[in-house]
Design a protein around this ligand. Structure first.
Ligand code: SF4
Length: 222
């Protein structure tokens, strides 16, 4: 099967449990969830007019909605061709769980890579058992999608964007509804805003949750 890839690059994971880990990011095109503060809005729509060749997609110098088709084998060949050293694959979006991620994760896991998916929790997660699943639940967004119970139970970590007390209340309600007790919870201040950061720090301390500050944005990497 083919995957619609918007970006593919090597960097440092800046969020959650794998913070600091050299990683190969695979960004898939397409997301109907509609978060108002989304920082990858260029990945939302899948327009056939935006399909380009793999070479053009890889040469992009700016964030655009252009995407290219890659099979898992194509991605592996590219990773080898570029001599990427990272052994951790992060599949993000967009919303990557709109498609079956099993072939992609299997291809890399068979060669000793670890894999991770970052998902909004609004689509069934179809991947390998070994894959680390980060659910960043996008609650009450414009697209009208519910957070799935299956996503909450599959999550290896929950990473929640936070700007207001309401965001914290929504998360608590979600965790209670799905009886999430032992999964690590990260709070991530939205847009590095001071008020959001202070709220996240205080809430993490009060609930024994963890802080995720999007390190890559502070050190100026992708
Ligand atoms: S789920 Fe992610 S990609 Fe989709 S709109 Fe929300 S933040 Fe953006």
């Amino acid at each position: 099967m083919n995957y619609k890839i918007n970006e593919l690059f090597e960097t440092i994971q800046g969020e959650g449990s794998f913070t600091g880990q050299p990683s190969i990011f695979i960004r898939l095109q397409g997301c109907p969830v509609g978060c108002s503060w989304c920082d990858t809005k260029h990945t939302w729509d899948i327009e056939l007019d935006d399909q380009v060749s793999p070479d053009i997609m890889l040469a992009k110098k700016a964030e655009t909605s252009q995407w290219a088709n890659f099979s898992a084998e194509d991605i592996l060949a590219l990773v080898k061709e570029k001599h990427f050293k990272a052994k951790h694959i992060v599949i993000t979006g967009g919303e990557p769980c709109m498609v079956d991620l099993t072939p992609l994760c299997e291809t890399f896991e068979d060669l000793g890579y670890s894999t991770q998916i970052e998902t909004s929790g609004t689509f069934e997660i179809i991947t390998t058992e070994k894959c680390w699943v980060t659910v960043s639940p996008k609650i009450k967004m414009r697209g009208g999608y519910d957070i799935l119970a299956s996503a909450m139970s599959r999550a290896n970590e929950i990473k929640h964007p936070v700007a207001t007390e309401q965001n914290v209340d929504d998360l608590k309600e979600l965790l209670a509804m799905h009886q999430v007790e032992n999964t690590p919870v990260y709070l991530q201040p939205i847009s590095q805003k001071k008020r959001a950061t202070e709220l996240a720090i205080a809430t993490c301390i009060a609930n024994n949750w963890r802080l995720s500050v999007q390190v890559h944005k502070y050190i100026g990497i992708e």
